[in-house]
Design a protein around this ligand. Structure first.
Ligand code: NAD
Ligand code: UGA
Length: 466
């Protein structure tokens, strides 16, 4: 087995940064270099102020502080990183295509292809290539074909090693991964050796029995399957939340009751205003596209429903705000608590908050948003991405506040979009005193104490509670 002492990771994002920091932390004898075309991002990873790393993850800055400059390096010199490394991780983004064939569904593999071509161009010795990005099943074949046809006749081994970390808990998820999946070519000695070399890295801190070895295609498909199953659970409980609201059942009680069945389990059945994040929607769209291109239309329709329920849930939440506020929010101030797609992250990709904001701005509401980790410019860029109206109109209708009490002052209603812990401990009496009456709270995360807030005088709506 080849002992790996030099790794390069292409892509210094939410996956590349934390994953490589944890590898460097656990494997002091391996030099890990993370490279990226985005010079500003690399600059931020190298910045003096560890509170300003490009990605906020609990526990990350402590690890970076220990290993950066020791055996973890961030650089824009992609060629050098590739040349020196024995093993190259590809952790670039694979967003939904916004053009051409498969637009709006298929994964855009242009960045993956650029990486493969770059490696082929630069590499002068044999390398192990590790797909870390989430990609459609059989992408390894594309990478292999590019490497074999455009390279310097060097031998490459391609492995699939999808990442299962969730944002907000990335460091913990990496350090205590339930499983590490490695797909590779078991039919050749070189293939088996490459798989073992990668497994040996993870065995520095994970028990060997947690490392699952499969063929390439199973590994690639397992990643899409895992995300589809997780998102499906959220859509399933969200579908039930609508029934709960109409019948007097309580979705939290339903979750607790079903989650106690060990076959179902208690995770990922928390009803919400809808799942967000960079991957669930993108990966299910990709799965739907793959199924339909294989002629499996029933399978495609099945998975598409998970996304339809998610849009329905966001819309239902926003519609309820308008209906409750006497059928108009025109020029009313609505305070948003939370904008990130979940707590403990500054990531806003596909956040439910932006869709709810978009709906309310269409109804000419004024939004005053507070999120402990999201800036106003990020909120504007999220709305711009939806391309519903001019940037000027968005800027007129949405303002971010650095203080939650100011965000809520003089508002007609508060919408809770993210489950940040601090929202639970606010002085809700103070908030109530400074609001217009009747004062509404729309809790899209079921985090506030409904009885306590009702006793103060709030009119409280919680997802899944009649
Ligand atoms: P990201 O957008 O945060 O980071 C990707 C980085 O790759 C960017 O900094 C970009 O500049 C860089 N990049 C793109 N093309 C490049 C090139 N040709 N050369 C050098 N750098 C290049 O994305 P992410 O959230 O880290 O996701 C990366 C992949 O991991 C995606 O496929 C995603 O589906 C998957 N994934 C993400 C998560 C998550 O929680 N975000 C979890 C598991 C898997
Ligand atoms: C998800 C998966 O959990 C990871 O395993 C996977 O690696 C990652 O996608 C990826 O491929 O990008 P992430 O999107 O970071 O991770 O966060 P999750 O904790 O899965 O939450 C996703 C969304 O679902 C959030 O908006 C969250 O609030 C929502 N959610 C989650 C619920 O509404 N209810 C739940 O019970 C759980």
């Amino acid at each position: 087995m080849k002992k790996i002492t030099n790794i390069c990771c292409i892509g210094a994002g939410y996956v590349g940064g934390p994953t490589m920091a944890v590898i460097a932390h656990n494997c002091p004898e391996i030099k890990v270099t993370v490279v990226d075309v985005n010079a500003a991002r690399i600059n931020d990873w190298n910045g003096e102020d560890l509170d300003n790393l490009p990605i906020y993850e609990p526990g990350l800055k402590e690890i970076v502080a220990q290993v950066r400059g020791r055996n973890l390096f961030f650089s824009t010199d992609i060629d050098k990183g590739i040349k020196e490394a024995q093993m190259i991780f590809i952790s670039v983004n694979t967003p939904t295509k916004t053009y051409g064939k498969g637009k709006g569904k298929a994964a855009d593999l242009k960045y993956i292809e650029l990486c493969a071509r770059k490696i082929a161009d630069v590499a002068t010795e044999e390398k192990i290539i590790v797909e870390k990005s989430t990609i459609p099943v059989r992408t390894a074949q594309t990478i292999k074909t590019i490497l074999e046809n455009t390279g310097n006749q060097i031998k490459f081994q391609i492995l699939s090693n999808p990442e299962f970390l969730a944002e907000g808990t990335a460091v913990n998820d990496l350090q205590h991964a339930d499983r590490m999946l490695i797909g590779g070519d078991h039919s050749t000695a070189d293939g088996r050796e490459a798989i073992d070399s990668l497994a040996a890295i993870y065995e520095h801190w994970l028990p060997a029995e947690r490392i699952i070895k499969t063929n390439l295609w199973s590994s690639e498909l397992s990643k899409l399957t895992a995300n589809a199953f997780l998102a499906q659970r959220v859509s399933s409980i969200n579908a039930m939340s609508a029934i709960c609201e109409k019948t007097g059942a309580d979705v939290e009680e339903v979750s607790r009751a079903i989650g106690a069945d060990s076959r179902i389990g208690s995770k990922f059945i928390k009803s919400s205003v809808g799942f967000g994040g960079s991957c669930f929607q993108k990966d299910i769209l990709n799965l739907v596209y793959i199924a339909s291109t294989l002629g499996l239309n029933e399978v495609a329709d099945y998975w598409e429903q998970v996304l339809l329920i998610n849009s329905y849930q966001r819309r239902r939440f926003a519609e309820n705000i308008v209906t409750s506020l006497f059928n108009t929010v025109a020029d009313k101030k609505i305070a948003f608590l939370g904008w990130a797609f979940k707590k403990d992250t500054n990531d806003t990709r596909e956040t439910a908050a932006m869709y709810v904001a978009d709906y309310l701005i269409d109804e000419t509401a004024n939004i005053s948003a507070y999120d402990p980790k999201v800036t106003q410019s990020q909120m504007y860029s999220d709305l711009e991405h939806l391309a519903t109206r001019s940037n000027e109109e968005n800027a007129r209708r949405l303002k971010a506040e650095a203080d939650p009490y100011e965000a809520c002052r003089d508002s007609h209603a508060i919408a809770i979009l993210t489950e940040w812990d601090e929202f639970r401990t606010y002085d809700w009496q103070r908030i109530f005193d400074n609001m217009k009456k009747p004062a509404f709270v729309f809790d899209g995360r079921t985090i506030v104490d409904k009885d306590k807030l009702s006793a103060i005088g709030f009119k409280v709506y919680q997802i899944g509670k009649g």
